[in-house]
Design a protein around this ligand. Structure first.
Ligand code: SAH
Length: 308
């Protein structure tokens, strides 16, 4: 691998580099060390940056055969796939990266805020202790499941970022899981497990039901569908992280109704803006407080056809 071209300036501070790998030319991802640090109080090590680049190249390559993602430009990929994935679990990172190549002081972000009548935890992203609503068993690394992972988001960036956690990547499409297994081997991700199947079926299997500390779900369905897919797989006290674009009060009410039936509550709703395109995003954190009744998740297709 070697650099053939640099300094194609898109913004004054960002240079795009092209790399040649196995006779293919790939753009190089920006490092964004300062933005990682300022927004999430974390930044990738050299090894993690290399893994992000490898992931990007494999996805660009895989896109020629499989319809994996429309987000292929380096800056967009960095923001919408890498940063967005890691943002959802930033509560696990704060001040946590002892390998960080920089130790610059962190400026608090002013843009994060919580909506929906929940406490304002706006300083959470930096210099704050772990909030009381963090997942259970803090003494051992949490186990994750990413439901409907597609090309591996948010699960793979999280597996790279938190290498001591185990991340199970679940998708209903065998081809997508085969592709993820290729990524897993190429990046030597020993903390990743893969699973092909529908969450409605996997959620009823004793080896998976009530087993995970954190369930991740992005771009799979409405919030109440996401709640029905995630809650049965969580241990009691576990947390579902539901990645959303927009969010409204009306959606909060219908999600609460679904959670009442599933044994969960809304712990927190975070609204934030993305660091490059300044788009609004939300993360919902749902806590499982009671055992989910055995009838959930319902049979494949029912959660979407007859939402709770
Ligand atoms: N989470 C990824 C992919 C979203 S596309 C991202 O944010 O980029 C939705 C994915 O969910 C598809 O790959 C689809 O196969 C999968 N999916 C949809 N319903 C599912 C279900 N019930 N169980 C498992 N996977 C499902």
């Amino acid at each position: 691998m070697f650099t053939v071209l640099t300094s194609n300036l898109i913004k004054p501070y960002i240079a795009i580099t092209l790399l040649i790998v196995n006779n293919s030319i790939f753009p190089s991802l920006p490092e964004m060390a300062d933005i990682w640090q300022q927004t999430l109080n974390w930044q990738p090590t050299v090894h993690q940056q290399t893994q992000f680049q490898q992931l990007y190249e494999l996805i660009l390559e895989g896109n020629t055969q499989l319809n994996l993602t429309r987000i292929t430009e380096p800056l967009e990929f960095w923001e919408k796939h890498l940063w967005d994935s890691v943002r959802g679990i930033s509560f696990l990172l704060s001040g946590n990266n002892h390998n960080s190549p920089l130790s610059t002081p962190v400026a608090p972000l002013g843009e994060d805020s919580r909506v929906g009548g929940f406490p304002d935890l706006s300083e959470l992203s930096v210099e704050t202790p772990r909030p009381h609503w963090l997942p259970s068993s803090p003494s051992s690394p949490p186990s994750f499941i990413d439901i409907g992972t597609g090309a591996g988001f948010p699960g793979i960036p999280i597996a790279i970022t938190v290498p001591n956690c185990t991340v199970t990547l679940l998708d209903a499409t065998r081809k997508k899981i085969s592709f993820i297994e290729k990524i897993q081997a190429a990046l030597s991700l020993t903390n990743v497990k893969t699973l092909t199947g529908r969450s409605e079926v996997i959620g009823q299997e004793s080896q998976h039901r009530q087993t995970y500390d954190i369930a991740l779900i992005r771009a799979v369905g409405t919030a109440s569908v996401c709640a029905e897919y995630t809650l049965p797989l969580l241990k009691q006290g576990g947390l579902a992280v539901v990645y959303r674009g927009s969010w409204t009060e009306a959606e909060t009410a219908s999600l609460e109704n679904a959670l009442n039936q599933l044994g969960g509550v809304i712990e927190s709703i975070e609204q934030f803006t993305t660091p490059l395109s300044h788009s609004i995003r939300h993360c919902l954190y749902l806590r499982k407080i009671k055992t989910t009744p055995a009838k959930f998740p319902r049979a494949p297709g029912i959660p979407t056809q007859k939402p709770l």
